[in-house]
Write a protein that binds this ligand. Structure first.
Ligand code: PMP
Length: 358
C-alpha cells in the first residue's frame, strides 16, 4: 500500500513508525490480550502509558516542578474558553494579540468572561505577519497576555516570544515541539493534539501550578484546571487512545533527538521557501521574518492556476495542499512527522508546474 504525502493542516501526518507500532499493539497490548483502548484507565497497563506521556512532555519541554502537564478534552477551542474562565478574575482584564483567525477566536471567547485589551492587531494584514515585540504595550496589572505562536491559516509564526510581567499564555497548537523554546517563560501553554502530538479532540495544557488557584469556585468541575491537575488528568475517563498515541509520538521525538527534529523542520521549510523565492510565479503569503516553518502559504498568479496546481499535485499523491477556505491559495503544512521526501516532491512539482504554466 502506498502512503501519500499528506500536507493537511490537521488532523495531520503522523510518524509511520508510530502508526505501525499502534497497529502491532492494536489487538493485544503487551501480551495483555486486549487493546489499550479496552483497558481500564485505572489499570496498570494504561497507567504506564499515561505516566510516560506526561514524562515525555516534561522531558521535551524541560519543565521544572513548578509546572503541571494536563490532557483535556475539547481540543484547543475548549482552551479558548478555559483560559479566561480560570485565569481572568472579576474586574480584571487580559491582554490579547490578534494575529489572525485563531487569535481572533480566542479573543471572542475571552470577551464572554471579562475585559479584553487587544494590544496589537495584525490579523487582517496582507502579507500576513506577527506584530513586532517592540510594538507591544502591555496593560499594567493585566491578568495574563495571550498570543498565538503560529497562525495555521495565515502561515505566520512568532520567532522570538515577548517577555511579559503578567503570565504569558500561548496557543501553540500548530507548532508545539517543533523548535526549541524556553517553556519557563510561559504561564500556560495549550495545544490541540492533531498536528504535532497525535489524534484530534484533545489538548495538551502545560501550566504553572501557582495559576491553578486563580479559578473561581463556581466554574464547572470539568472546566477547572485544578481538577485535572489534582487528579493527574484522570478525574473522568480520559481519551486513552489519543494519549497513547501522543505517548508514542513523543517517544519517537525523544528517540530521534529533538535537536535533530528541529534542524530537520528548519531544513524542510527552508527548501520550500527557497523555491518560492527563486520564482516570480509563486508568491509567499507571509512577511519573511514571520514565515511559519509549519504552514507554508503561497499564491499563484490566478485562482484558476491555484485550483489546477492543487488538483495536479493531488493526482501525484500530494494531498491537502488547498489553503484554508477563508483565504484560498495554497498551504503546505509540514509538521514534525512530514517527511523530507514529500518536501522534495513538492519542490520538484512546483518547478515542473511553473515550466508548463508560467
Ligand atoms: N488554534 C490553532 C492555532 C489551530 O490551528 C487550531 C486548529 N486548526 C485551533 C486552535 C483549534 O483546534 P481544535 O480544532 O482542536 O479545537
Amino acid at each position: 500500500m502506498a502512503r501519500v504525502f499528506n500536507f493537511g493542516a490537521g488532523p495531520a501526518a503522523l510518524p509511520v513508525e508510530v502508526l505501525e507500532e499502534a497497529q502491532r499493539e492494536l489487538l493485544d497490548f503487551k501480551g495483555s490480550g486486549m487493546s489499550i483502548m479496552e483497558h481500564s484507565h485505572r489499570g496498570k497497563e494504561y497507567d504506564a502509558v499515561h505516566g510516560e506521556a506526561i514524562q515525555n512532555i516534561r522531558t521535551l519541554l524541560a519543565l521544572s516542578d513548578d509546572y503541571t502537564v494536563l490532557f483535556i478534552q475539547g481540543g484547543a477551542s475548549m482552551q479558548f474558553a478555559m483560559v479566561p474562565m480560570n485565569l481572568l478574575g472579576a474586574g480584571q482584564s487580559a491582554d490579547y494579540v490578534n494575529s489572525g483567525a485563531w487569535a481572533d477566536k480566542a479573543i471572542k471567547e475571552a470577551k464572554l468572561f471579562g475585559k479584553v485589551n487587544v494590544i496589537a492587531n495584525t490579523g487582517k494584514d496582507i502579507p500576513t505577519r506577527m506584530p513586532k515585540n517592540s510594538d507591544l504595550q502591555f496593560t499594567p496589572d493585566a491578568a495574563y497576555v495571550h498570543i498565538t505562536s503560529n497562525e495555521t491559516i495565515a502561515g505566520s509564526q512568532w520567532k522570538d516570544f515577548p517577555r511579559t510581567a503578567a503570565p504569558l499564555v500561548a496557543d501553540m497548537s500548530s507548532d508545539i515541539l517543533s523548535r526549541p523554546f524556553d517553556a519557563g517563560q510561559f504561564g500556560l501553554i495549550y495545544a490541540g493534539a492533531q498536528k504535532n502530538l497525535g489524534p484530534s479532540g484533545m489538548a495538551l495544557v502545560v501550566m504553572r501550578r501557582d495559576l491553578l488557584d486563580r479559578a473561581p469556585a463556581t466554574i464547572p468541575t470539568m472546566l477547572k484546571y485544578k481538577t485535572h491537575s489534582e487528579e493527574n488528568s484522570l478525574y473522568n475517563t480520559p481519551p486513552t487512545f489519543a494519549i497513547y498515541v501522543l505517548m508514542l509520538v513523543t517517544r519517537w521525538i525523544l528517540k530521534m533527538g529533538p535537536q535533530t527534529l528541529y534542524k530537520q523542520n528548519a531544513e524542510k521549510a527552508g527548501r520550500i521557501y527557497h523555491a518560492l523565492d527563486a520564482s516570480a510565479f509563486y508568491k509567499a503569503t507571509a512577511v519573511k521574518e514571520f514565515r511559519s516553518d509549519m504552514n507554508i502559504t503561497f499564491r499563484l498568479p490566478t485562482e484558476a492556476l491555484e485550483e489546477q496546481f492543487i488538483k495536479e499535485a493531488s493526482k501525484l499523491g500530494m494531498k491537502g495542499l488547498k489553503g484554508h477556505r477563508s483565504v484560498g491559495g495554497v498551504r503546505a503544512s509540514i509538521y514534525n512527522a512530514f517527511p523530507m521526501a514529500g518536501v522534495d516532491a513538492l519542490v520538484a512539482f512546483m518547478k515542473e508546474f511553473e515550466k508548463k504554466n508560467g
